[in-house]
Ligand binder design. Structure first.
Ligand code: ACO
Length: 324
């Protein structure tokens, strides 16, 4: 027997410190105008000293549980998408499990860089469908500020820190008008493009953490194509037309990517949720952060069909179609 993964709650957390483009331009050879024109970004949030990915993820999880009106003790699986774990091991998911006081079930990390949240959702959906999880906390949390080369203006201006979370359950939400939950997910990767987007360190290779490296314009080209294709595949898999979808919540990397994808699929500008101006690219956290923003401000309502889509290092990419 298969169960559905219903969406019970969504939450997010941003660290308090805001770093504007103007502030950044005082220490990096860049300008507010260049960053805004090329990316749409105006500011990013930066985690405080001593504030780690587990702290951000924990706070987003608490918000999502409150939104779901559920207690942490009901959670039997935690799937955390992150590329900036607190430590090489144990997983940051187990640290969040401990912070929440969860004493049952399992917790693990998923590493698919900016596509991580879609990967984590896909796994959580499969676990619920096969009866291996009942109430699953899916989290995207990142402290990308810690792996940036602050002397590389081509990358350091693009990223920020944050976290978002979703509670999925085999039991439907009692919210008025709540939808059918996850309708479909689609994930893909292609390891040939490793050199276009990577971190130049790791425990096995260099015994260092490393810094993010990216050939931005080439990543851009691949992202536009794969994002568009994955949304089409994800919708087609459940016989839904792109034109039947209410909202699109993309990974927030660059406003120009959002617009190029929207043009390719003939989406209306108002249908695409964009938070990149305020959050910058928070990697695996960007989708749940944007989703939570649009739910809180009343745009996305229960029963709306929502397409999530992401592209990241690997390359990895994918989409998830929700009936919220
Ligand atoms: N300020 C001022 N000038 C800059 C800056 C900066 N911050 N960064 C680069 N430049 C300069 C370059 O040096 C170059 O100068 P030159 O022509 O004299 O050599 C010029 O601007 C153009 O550089 P490009 O890299 O060609 O600029 P582009 O228009 O491609 O924009 C950007 C760069 C914003 C990085 C863009 O390519 C992009 O967003 N790419 C996609 C990134 C992305 O989507 N990543 C998603 C996945 S992230 C993940 O998975 C972790």
């Amino acid at each position: 027997m298969t169960s559905k993964a219903f969406i019970r709650g969504v939450g997010s957390y941003l660290p308090a410190r805001v770093l504007t483009n103007e502030q950044l331009a005082k220490t990096v050879d860049t300008s507010d105008e260049w960053i805004r024109e090329r990316t749409g970004i105006t500011q990013r949030h930066i985690a405080a000293e001593g504030q780690n990915t587990s702290d951000l993820g924990y706070r987003a999880a608490v918000e999502a549980l409150a939104d779901a009106n559920m207690d942490a003790s009901e959670i039997d699986l935690i799937v955390l998408a992150t590329s900036t774990p607190d430590l090489t091991f144990p997983s940051t998911a187990t640290m969040i499990q401990e912070l929440l006081g969860v004493r049952s079930g399992a917790a693990f990390d998923v590493q698919a860089v900016c596509a991580g949240f879609v990967y984590a959702l896909s796994i959580a959906d499969a676990m619920i469908q096969t009866g291996k999880g009942k109430n699953v906390l899916v989290i995207g949390a990142e402290t990308f500020s810690r792996i940036l080369d602050w002397n590389d203006r081509g990358t350091c201006v693009l990223f920020g820190d944050g976290a978002g979370a979703m509670v999925l359950s085999s039991t439907p939400s009692t919210d008025k008008g709540a939808g059918e939950g996850i309708l479909n997910t689609f994930i893909r990767s292609d390891g040939r493009h490793k050199d276009l987007l990577y971190v130049d360190g790791g425990p096995s290779s260099t015994q260092t953490v490393g810094k993010l490296r990216m050939v931005g314009n080439q990543v851009f080209r691949h992202a536009v194509k794969e994002l568009s294709d994955s949304m089409v595949q994800c919708a087609k898999g459940v016989n839904i037309e792109i034109s039947d979808i209410d909202w699109f919540v993309p990974h927030q990397a660059n406003q120009r990517i959002l617009e190029a994808v929207a043009k390719r699929l003939d989406l209306r500008r108002g249908q695409v949720v964009s938070t990149v101006a305020y959050h910058a690219n928070t990697s695996a956290a960007s989708i749940p952060l944007a989703l939570d923003t649009a739910i809180r401000d009343g745009r996305i309502k229960r029963g709306h069909k929502v397409m999530l889509e992401a592209f990241g290092g690997g390359f990895t990419w994918g989409a998830a179609l929700l009936d919220y």
